[in-house]
Ligand binder design. Structure first.
Ligand SMILES: *Cc1c(COP(=O)(O)O)cnc(C)c1O
Length: 350
């Protein structure tokens, strides 16, 4: 067993006394709430939004805990998982001193958030199949100031899942925090590593309501970890980071989780159809295997194709800087996928 989490937490964070909200100091129901300086006239939007939301998101966490088979205390809710990434850096990395390592090409926010927090960031290269190297090849070589390792699985923009045994070995061998970003896990059903949070004391799993759960506009990201790590994230989060509408809509969605998984299943089917269609499309050099709702595809003259599609009103993601001739295509609905393939054909044949 490793030593307690406090060895990795910034000393200033360990000393913080949390802000106590009006809602913390009075719990329960009352006729007359005059404690939070809200507007009680109810003359705007019928007062529907006049009260501060639950800063602890208790009901939503309870429902999510049941759905995921964890304890409420093992859940942190963020204003998008981007907020969780930022707060993890702030709990564990001293600015201008500590660092993080992630494995790329991968999601761009890990680097941006590091820059914002003045944390050293190293992008270690994934192998030719975009999988992770064994810990023996990396752990002795990464800087001593590394506090967090970040893995993204399924990885954005490459679409593949990372080797599970190696992920486990990193969790067990790295002396620090391991973050596994599962933003796309709903497209790889049954593969989530959430059960590991009961077996390891240094693991944080990130998920999001923005992709399969289809409420990107409402901003809701989730971190699952030990109660101890989650308590630190809650300690430093802005008190009312999840607004009332988001809490309400997420609860509704959890009640109909079956619909969400049906939708994810349908997207998986559309992804497989799109792969077949692209295999017979001109200009396609390579389609990488995907466990997500997007495909990384290498095209002949990719930058020019990207521009051509833009002029036709079709926007995909240019990833040529990360992967030579690589474009990332989000799987759309049937009609969108068809339009895209037609325009790709046009570009190479006209
Ligand atoms: C989209 C994405 C996120 C961001 O999710 P939000 O919850 O919308 O902030 C996080 N990680 C990866 C890898 C993503 O692709």
């Amino acid at each position: 067993m490793k030593s307690p989490i406090n060895q990795w937490v910034r000393p200033n964070i360990q000393k913080i006394t949390p802000y106590s909200t009006a809602r913390d100091e009075f719990e329960g129901t009352a006729e007359v709430l005059l404690d939070a300086n809200e507007n009680s006239l109810a003359d705007i939007f019928d007062g529907r939004y006049s009260r501060y939301p639950d800063p602890h998101q208790r009901e939503l966490k309870r429902d999510l805990a049941t759905l995921k088979g964890v304890q409420s205390e093992q859940i942190f809710l963020g204003n998008g998982s981007d907020e969780a990434i930022d707060l993890l850096y702030r709990v564990f990395c001293q600015p201008a001193k500590d660092g993080v390592v992630f494995f790329g090409p991968t999601y761009g926010m890990y680097k941006v958030s590091a820059a914002v927090n003045e944390v050293d960031a190293i992008e270690w290269p994934l192998d030719a199949d975009f999988d992770i190297p064994a810990p023996q090849e990396t752990l002795s070589l990464i800087p001593k100031n590394t506090k967090i390792l970040i893995f993204c699985s399924p990885n954005n923009p490459t679409g593949n899942q990372l080797n599970r045994d190696r992920l486990r070995a990193y969790c067990e061998q790295f002396n620090g925090i391991v973050v596994i970003d599962e933003a796309y896990i709903d497209f790889a059903p049954g593969e989530s590593l959430i059960p590991w949070i009961d077996q390891l004391d240094n693991l944080v799993i990130l998920q999001t309501f923005s992709k399969a759960w289809s409420i990107a506009a409402l901003r809701l990201g989730v971190a699952y970890s030990t109660a101890e790590i989650i308590a630190y994230l809650n300690l430093i989060k802005p008190p009312y980071n999840i607004n009332a509408v988001t809490q309400e809509k997420a609860k509704e969605l959890i009640e109909t989780a079956g619909l969400v998984s049906q939708s994810a299943d349908r997207l998986i089917e559309l992804r497989e159809n799109l792969i077949k269609r692209l295999q017979n499309t001109s200009g396609v050099l390579h389609i990488y295997p995907s466990k997500a709702n997007f495909l990384l595809v290498k095209f002949d003259k990719a930058p020019a194709l990207f521009q051509h599609l833009l002029t036709k009103g079709i926007v995909i993601r240019n990833r040529c800087k990360e992967v030579e001739n690589g474009l990332r295509i989000t799987v759309g609905n049937q009609a969108q996928n068809e339009l895209l393939c037609q325009q790709i054909e046009n570009f190479y044949t006209l």
